[in-house]
Design a protein around this ligand. Structure first.
Ligand code: NAP
Ligand code: GDD
Length: 352
């Protein structure tokens, strides 16, 4: 696989996000030329996690280049595809926040749902022999009908985001079947890292634990503490994306740890690691997490409750283990501690 420079080329949408930055790093490490599709408005202000890759550009070595585009704008995708002529396409771009999707349902549908179709159409026109990865989500399972969830579990989306992802899933599969494209869905369960957006619950908690310990914040307000997720480490999950495009047959895969934990458990480990062990008082909307001196560090705020919640997710990545040889290595505790360590370091502290 190669084109142009002789090196294989990848086009990554969502390159400024958590997964995009890890994926670009890994592809560059493998010697690929990587082009990141980025909204012009997000350059240069929003390139924190890829600045080191952009700085690394040189004449001879592999490099990350940005190309302007928006999943809502078909002409920009057409231009990007014609320019890059990629061997692999990773569609990671999305309005990816579930709560936000209730406030911006149509915009979410345009980008997270129809954006997939626009990209597939551009691929079909300019590089039908490329391989296409769609960032599908465990949110598809929503109100789960069985546990753990695998590739055959029925979908029950619970948000405009999940409904848009359901469209993206099916249109990817349809283009595979109708046009013979190598197009696959990775159904990824929640994956986190120090690069997670600050409005997702894990990063919000890690950030708060460090800032409270440093005296920069008094407490953190959260929503549903009982919600359970199957949380893994993003760096490992993007490895699975690459593997899915390197096998002979295009297939859809679940990527998960098989472990499910509550938001409350995440708080307990995070705060203890920051030297602030919690005890709990109250329940539901009046639940609070207190430190040893009785100070309230965690308070529930119903503003963060979802209009329709996904109560519990747990994935079965057996197929990926068998066919891709993929399995997670970072445990839940290691993930939480990694995230808290990064935030402690950012405020000049260390764990304990
Ligand atoms: P993220 O950090 O929120 O990144 C989203 C990316 O999408 C950003 O680079 C953003 O660019 C870009 N984007 C937003 N609107 C766009 C548009 N109109 N056109 C082009 N790009 C646009 O998300 P992530 O956690 O890395 O997740 C990557 C993908 O996997 C997403 O599709 C997400 O829905 C899906 N997913 C994530 C998880 C998870 O647990 N992380 C699990 C399953 C599936 P800007 O910098 O311009 O905003
Ligand atoms: N964001 C947020 N903020 N969530 C909170 C809060 C809070 O203050 N308090 C409790 N939660 C609960 C949410 O109600 C939800 O049940 C859980 O924490 C996780 O929320 P998020 O971290 O926002 O992630 P998500 O599971 O809704 O969605 C993420 O994972 C999906 C895969 O299952 C996103 O990355 C999606 O893009 C992804 O598809």
């Amino acid at each position: 696989m190669s084109s142009g420079s002789g090196r294989p080329r990848a086009l990554v949408t969502g390159v400024t996000g958590q997964d995009g930055s890890y994926l670009a790093e890994q592809l560059l490490g493998e010697g690929w030329d990587v082009w990141g599709l980025a909204r012009p408005a997000s350059q240069p202000g929003n390139t924190r996690w890829i600045d080191h890759l952009l700085r690394g550009n040189d004449e001879s070595g592999p490099r990350l280049r940005l190309i302007a585009g928006d999943l809502a704008d078909a002409s920009s995708l057409d231009r990007a595809m014609a320019t890059v002529q990629p061997d692999e396409i990773y569609n990671l771009g999305a309005q990816s926040h579930v709560q936000v999707s209730f406030e911006l349902p149509a915009a979410t549908g345009q980008v997270t749902g129809l954006g997939v179709l626009r990209l597939l159409e551009a691929m079909r026109r300019h590089c039908p022999r490329a391989r296409f990865y769609q960032a599908s989500s465990s949110e598809l399972y929503g109100q789960v009908v069985e546990s753990p969830q695998n590739e055959t579990t029925r979908f029950y989306p619970r948000s405009p985001y999940a409904a848009a992802k359901a469209y993206g899933f099916h249109i990817t599969r349809n283009y595979r079947e109708a046009y013979g494209l190598f197009a696959v869905n990775g159904i990824l369960f929640n994956h986190e890292s120090p690069r997670r957006g600050e409005n997702f619950v894990t990063r919000k908690i890690a950030l708060a634990a460090a800032r409270i310990r440093a005296g920069l914040q008094e407490r953190v307000h959260l929503g549903n503490l009982s919600s359970r997720r199957d949380w893994g480490f993003a760096g490992e999950y993007v490895e699975a994306m690459r593997l899915m495009l390197r096998v002979e047959q295009p297939e859809d895969y679940v990527i998960a740890t098989g472990d499910t934990r509550s938001v409350r458990e995440f708080c307990e480990i995070a705060f203890a690691h920051a030297g602030l062990p919690l005890t709990w008082r109250g329940s539901g909307a009046s639940e609070q997490g207190l430190d040893e001196d009785g100070r309230v560090l965690v308070a529930v705020d119903p503003r963060y409750f979802r209009k329709a919640e996904v109560d519990a997710l747990r994935g079965d990545a057996g197929l990926a283990r068998e066919r891709l040889g993929w399995q997670p290595r970072v445990t839940f505790r290691q993930l939480v501690e990694m995230m808290v360590d990064a935030e402690l370091e950012a405020v000049g502290l260390t764990a304990g």
